[in-house]
Design a protein around this ligand. Structure first.
Ligand code: NAI
Length: 288
């Protein structure tokens, strides 16, 4: 790395679907990562997922040439975040959990270190009260799989500082991603458009108008979407999707955002998508 480039050291909180893939993206671009989760059992699975994603990215040629993967430290101890140049939380999509995690890590890193909340739709400003320096708080919406998606929605809360935005922009550039900045709102832009559309796709299946396969094939072959909406639901995780729709519905009262019965039924029966091995499609075994 040239001398004038900032040295990044990222702490990722939460090693689930997104935390493990954001960590893999950073490592693959030479940025060292400390990943914090609640138990050693989760961390073991996280490390396997990170390794698998790095191998996959290498096969796809998605890693920068001549860049050796950086060091990954996994731990259950938040104190390890003290040296971070930025913290990104990718814990579950609940304001209360995110607020608690952000408050804990803000106290460890001190002022001036960007606190990034990776969320599908919780307005950044709802979390600002949880941190002592709201100007350090910013949102990202990395999409899955981050190795293949070249841009990241960056959410500027009303209290987000310019310096924080600049530092997050620099981190994303180091990760080979383009930052697309948007204002704070429930679901921002991408989830506000995509999630009600997936909800409608599920309603079409629920009504018996078309099969899952037909809906997805039409959206791919006639409308040019790279992936059909129901395959996308399986990738996002149907539980995450329902959480996001609930957030949108509570905050906008738009009836199109109320999760349909078919989505709720899939969550009740544990058919959450790729991560559980079955959702709208059968994957044989769990994968991310
Ligand atoms: P996930 O449920 O797969 O992983 C969450 C992880 O956070 C779990 O490993 C859990 O043990 C850990 N965790 C919970 N509380 C913690 C704490 N206090 N300290 C440390 N770790 C803690 O969730 P997923 O899918 O990775 O989503 C994370 C965030 O990213 C959510 O806000 C979600 O809306 C957002 N998102 C998810 C996408 C997806 O495709 N799954 C896409 C874009 C955003």
């Amino acid at each position: 790395m040239p001398m004038d480039e900032p040295q990044h050291r990222l702490t990722v909180v939460g090693g689930g679907v997104m935390g493990s893939s954001i960590a893999a993206l950073a490592l693959g671009h030479g940025v060292p990562v400390t990943l914090v989760d609640l138990t050693e059992d989760v961390l073991r699975v996280t490390r396997e997922n990170v390794d698998r994603q790095l191998r996959h990215a290498q096969l796809l040629g998605a890693l920068p040439e001549g860049c050796a993967p950086a060091e990954l430290v996994t731990t259950t101890s938040p104190a390890a975040a003290a040296e971070a140049t930025a913290v990104i939380e990718a814990v579950v999509e609940f304001s209360g959990t995110k607020a608690k995690v952000l408050a804990e890590f803000a106290a460890l890193t001190g002022p001036g270190v960007p606190l990034i909340t990776n969320t599908s739709g919780i307005p950044v400003d709802e979390l600002a009260e949880a941190v002592p320096h709201p100007e350090d708080l910013v949102g990202t919406h990395f999409m899955n799989p981050p190795f293949l998606i070249k841009a990241v929605e960056v959410i500027r809360g009303p209290r987000t500082g310019e310096r924080t935005l600049a530092r997050v922009g620099s981190l994303l550039t180091a990760l080979g991603r383009t930052a697309i900045e948007v204002r704070d709102a429930p679901g921002f832009v991408t989830s506000r458009l995509l999630h009600p559309m997936i909800n409608d796709a599920a309603r079409v299946v629920e009504a018996g108008t078309a099969t899952v396969e037909a809906v997805d094939e039409l959206m791919r072959k006639c409308l040019g979407h790279p992936t059909g909406p129901l395959a996308t639901a399986d990738l996002i995780g149907i539980d995450n999707l329902v959480d996001s729709l609930n957030i949108l519905f509570e905050r906008t009262q738009d009836p199109g955002c109320r999760p349909c019965e078919l989505l709720l039924e899939k969550v009740r029966s544990g058919d959450l998508g790729r991560k559980s091995g079955r959702g709208f499609y059968d994957y044989g075994k769990a994968s991310m």
